[in-house]
Design a protein around this ligand. Structure first.
Ligand code: NAD
Length: 476
């Protein structure tokens, strides 16, 4: 079993840097409360050096032949596959998710690098042919140095999505993953370095998030900002980006509705719902959360969901029997608890869970039925292991409920009626629909939200496009 590193470092301008008098952040194991290590935080001088390197790195990396860039990305994928069993325990120790989920997350990153290695070759542009013989060329070029901010719920995969697409496009990138979960992202960075990405094309920093984002986004060097995280922080970063008219990709929060119709395959729907809801302890922006269930199966659905949920085994993610680990940091149980207590006080029926578990940041898997609309949890993403259930009569009413929030990331529906499926898919105000499935994330498909859930997409050709600018060249 991998042991947690004693010394953590960040990577700027080709060198790994540790303490040397810098401020540090304590990394805590959320299952035990143990301090794993102290993480050194980049200061302003480190960030300036990273910016200078990123400017140089962009000018050389963009000119590397696309086939060589692709080969390098494939090599990163190979190294991630080889090292999955070493990286996954680090992720579990500092983030909490069960080890099987951690392995799945790390392994999925290899697929992301492989996908963008190939997609890089398809940044074609186009040619417009005039009757006069004149040509206009539409060129796709890398946007420039990127600053990428990724969160603690999927630290390895969300850093990978930004890094793979940016490097594929020919951009240099400064990554700032979360300070809570550094060792797994350091291990990912080591794969990037060992695969041969030049030192100034990819860098890794940790710091005080507000200081780092102001410093990097305030620099003329950075031409593109990619952020995954909460809606309020996304809005704040968008304002910073406006000053420099920086391009952005924003993957922000959701509050995913699930429309369960009378004609669904009930047992299958319940099995999928109970399995998916408690993955990563519900700390997923596309986690199914607001279950609107048609009246004919409402009682059976609520009972089936509560029974399955009560069987989810909660424990340290390193224990292979654990079906759900702790929440990732001490802020989460407080936030989830406040929302559940508010719902309970307003008359909601807590069918199972609804309380913390002793030791660590554990919160029991929770199902709440008959949740009143005025409960805060119906409007604020719990980002935790809580399923909310409400009844509906007709499709129109369910769609109105599904679309009533300012968020629109993922939405789901379960029905065996094709007409219902088509109408719901068209009408849901979301970036991704799961029809009879919760699987809405894959490297080759766009992943992103509408309304306040974000701007742009990661994944698919759209993911590469977001790191490219267009230039029209008119030849006379
Ligand atoms: P938060 O709003 O403080 O932070 C969210 C993320 O943004 C974290 O990764 C944090 O490090 C980063 N961040 C915060 N301030 C920043 C700044 N000024 N500049 C750059 N990055 C900054 O909240 P939190 O307690 O860490 O997370 C709670 C909420 O965040 C959840 O309720 C959820 O809605 C949202 N969240 C969403 C995702 C997602 O995948 N969309 C991931 C993590 C958290």
């Amino acid at each position: 079993m991998t042991s947690y590193p004693k010394t953590l470092k960040f990577y700027v301008n080709g060198s790994w840097r540790s303490g040397d008098g810098r401020d540090t952040h304590a990394v805590i194991n959320p299952a035990t409360g143990e301090t794993l290590a102290e993480l050194p935080l980049a200061n302003a001088a480190d960030l300036d050096e990273a910016l200078e390197a990123a400017e140089r790195g962009f000018k050389s990396w963009r000119d590397v032949d696309v086939n060589k860039r692709a080969a390098t990305l494939h090599k990163i994928a190979d190294l991630i596959r080889e090292r999955t069993d070493d990286i996954a325990p680090l992720l579990t120790m500092e983030q909490g998710k069960p080890i099987a989920e951690a392995k799945g997350e790390v392994a999925s990153c290899a697929g992301v690098f492989d996908y963008f290695a190939e997609e890089a070759k398809r940044a074609y542009g186009r040619v417009l042919v005039r009757p006069t013989g004149q040509r206009s060329l539409v060129l796709k070029q890398p946007v420039g140095p990127v600053a990428a901010f990724s969160p603690w719920n999927f630290p390895v995969s969300l850093m990978s999505k930004k890094m793979a697409a940016a490097l594929a496009a020919g951009c240099s990138i400064i990554s700032k993953p979360p300070e809570e979960t550094p060792a797994c992202t350091i291990a990912l960075m080591q794969c990037v370095i060992d695969a041969g990405v030049p030192a100034d094309a990819a860098q890794l920093v940790y710091g005080v998030p507000d200081m780092v984002s102001r410093h990097l986004i305030g620099s003329d060097v950075v031409r593109k900002v990619s952020f995954t995280g909460s809606v309020p922080v996304g809005k704040h970063l968008l304002k910073l980006c406006a000053d420099g008219v920086k391009r952005t990709t924003m993957e922000l929060g959701g509050h995913a509705p699930v429309l369960v119709f009378d004609d669904c395959d009930l047992e299958k729907t319940l099995d999928l719902a109970a399995f998916t809801k408690f993955r990563n302890a519900g700390q997923i922006c596309i986690s199914p959360t607001r279950f609107y269930v048609q009246e004919g199966i409402y009682d059976a659905f609520a009972k089936g969901m509560a029974e399955r949920t009560a069987k989810v085994k909660v424990g340290d993610g390193l224990d292979i029997d654990s079906g759900m680990g702790p929440l990732a940091n001490a802020r989460r149980p407080d936030a989830v608890s406040a929302l559940v207590e508010d719902a309970r006080s307003k008359g909601a029926n807590v069918m199972t869970g609804g309380e913390r578990r002793e030791g660590g940041n554990f919160y029991r898997p929770t199902v709440i039925s008959d949740v009143p609309m005025e409960a805060d949890i119906m409007s604020h993403e719990p980002f935790g292991p809580v399923a909310l259930i409400r009844p509906f009569k007709q499709m129109d009413e369910a769609l109105e409920q599904a679309n009533r929030l300012p968020f629109g990331l993922a939405g789901y529906a379960f029905t065996q009626n094709l007409r219902t499926a088509n109408l719901v898919s068209d009408a849901m105000e979301v970036g991704m629909v799961g029809m009879n499935s919760f699987a809405v994330s894959s490297p080759d498909a766009p992943f992103g939200g509408v309304k306040e859930s974000g701007i742009g997409s990661e994944g698919g050709p759209e993911g590469l496009e977001s790191y490219l600018v267009t230039k029209a060249v008119h030849q006379f």
